[in-house]
Design a protein around this ligand. Sequence first.
Ligand SMILES: C[S@@+](CC[C@H](N)C(=O)[O-])C[C@H]1O[C@@H](n2cnc3c(N)ncnc32)[C@H](O)[C@@H]1O
Length: 264
Amino acid sequence: MSSPSPAVSPDTSDAPGAARKPGSPPPGTESTLVPDPFGGPPTGTVRSFHPRRGRLSPQQQDAIARLWPTHGLRVDGTPLDPAALFGNGKPVVLEIGFGMGEATAAMAAAEPDVNILATDIHTPGIGNLLHLVESRGLDNVRLAEGDAVVLLTDMLAAGSLAGIRVYFPDPWPKSRHHKRRLIRPGFAALAASRLAPGGTLHCATDWAPYAAWMLEVLSAEPALANTAPDGGYTPRPGWRPQTRFERQGLAKGHEVADLVFRRI
Ligand SMILES: C[S@@+](CC[C@H](N)C(=O)[O-])C[C@H]1O[C@@H](n2cnc3c(N)ncnc32)[C@H](O)[C@@H]1O
């Protein structure tokens, strides 16, 4: 899912006195350019996505204008207090790359006792998920606009998450782009560190080479254990809704692999 990058200006949201969440500026109004936490150049040139603003429908625009101040936060590096964010102490699951958010909304409706912190950088998707949150009366979803790696590295405390879900991340199929894949050894260690013991990292992909890569990378992380008895893939759990990208992959004849690893 890549698209041409619009021009972006340096992120100044960390400046003293800058607007903070909640009520930080709505998506599409500022850059989220940040240093690369993977250890790359400080301008953050190796990321798993191109900054994407996209065209907003009137409904998405309206949802952002009205709901962002109460349901959204910018990924600006400020440590987060999940209990304050959600207004309760229920377990928090981070979903990375929710796309248009249909599956996120379905999971939130099915799991009222779980708080879902959903992150993406796709502005129309943010508007769409905010609309779904309101129209379905969901009070257990908050949205974070920006790089999930920064969110994990700088904003979420060690052991603070009950789960991390990464469904159909961009496969970056060309070998020269593999370095952009979200799932890589540094990410596996980072994700494991943010999970509470027993928490799960659940990934799914329809791109067979990426599935094999994920299995290799996650299996090599000492803080994670594969829940599949044979050490391979897991059948899609019945509670995981089919996602938009999954349907597109299935329509092309791709096979889907789920991987569920538990924090030791
Ligand atoms: C291929 S789409 C899949 C969307 C959705 N999960 C689905 O299955 O329909 C991948 C999404 O991940 C988002 N993404 C990629 N890297 C990200 C990152 N580092 N932080 C947050 N979102 C990211 C992209 O913007 C995109 O919306």
